[in-house]
Write a protein that binds this ligand. Structure first.
Ligand code: ADP
Ligand code: MG
Length: 233
């Protein structure tokens, strides 16, 4: 079974006369409940690739299947619906809504895509607050949290709709090394608990050791693939 399948994926950005080939024929397949990292220097194409997988920007060539659907030719409305149903996002600058509490930030995606009774929303959010270790902070606002705590909230928010695929573009870029390790470990624990696939990017070779598969990007191509042996639990 495959959750994400890319074949000869290409992306060329055109600005006026200039064309930049950001992805030059990238192929891979990722199974459900995987924990996968894309690493590579700045400009190697990591964000471009995650944006394609996340249906935020269409590829210029090749094929891309996510959760059984060809997402390479979806229009904007269809990709927005697809994202809401299948994908959660974690950002390097956390992207929490400043006027909402921790609880409300996690609740927000549920209000957007699903019409749930308040009691069931509270139960699910309570479970996630426990899972990410933020139950004591649920009434706080983002400005009252450390970077690591903000990213814990963002992990819970990404999981609240039970998305089968979580995309995290450099989720540890704004965290110190120790906190970065903890966040990656938390993401992996969430994979174990909820079965969501996590795909994260980083330019830091030291934090990818917990990924099961590591793809190295260079100049828009995969130049290396390492498998670290399944290490569940
Ligand atoms: P990474 O995330 O690994 O740093 P990116 O995917 O952001 O790499 O960028 C890959 C290449 O594509 C770089 O050369 C970058 O300058 C270029 N690029 C990225 N986004 C755009 C854009 N919106 N318009 C033009 N060029 C872009
Ligand atoms: Mg990037």
């Amino acid at each position: 079974m495959t959750l994400v399948e890319a074949r000869e994926l290409e992306k060329t950005y055109r600005t006026g006369e200039v064309a930049i080939a950001a992805l030059r024929g990238v192929s891979f397949s990722i199974a459900p409940a995987s924990f996968v990292s894309f690493i590579g220097p700045s400009g190697s194409g990591k964000s471009t690739l995650l944006n394609m997988i996340g249906c935020l920007d269409p590829p210029s060539g090749g094929s891309l299947i996510v959760a059984g659907e060809d997402v390479s030719r979806m229009n904007a409305r269809a990709s927005a619906r697809f994202r809401g149903a299948h994908i959660g996002f974690i950002f390097q600058d956390f992207n929490l809504i400043p006027v909402l509490t921790v609880f409300e930030n996690i609740e927000y995606p549920l209000l957007m895509v699903q019409n749930w009774p308040a009691r069931e929303r509270r139960e699910r959010i309570g479970q996630l607050l426990e899972a990410v270790g933020m139950a004591e902070q649920s009434e706080k606002y983002p400005h009252q949290l450390s970077g690591g705590q903000k990213q814990r909230v963002a992990v819970a928010r990404a999981l609240v709709t039970r998305a089968e695929l979580i995309l995290a573009d450099e989720p540890t870029a704004n965290l110190d090394r120790e906190t970065a390790y903890r966040i990656i470990a938390l993401m992996k624990a969430m994979r174990d608990e909820f079965g969501s696939t996590f795909i994260f990017s980083t330019h830091d070779p030291k934090i990818v050791s917990s990924a099961e598969t590591v793809y190295t990007l260079e100049d828009g191509r995969i130049v290396d693939q390492t498998t670290n042996g399944a290490s569940h639990g």
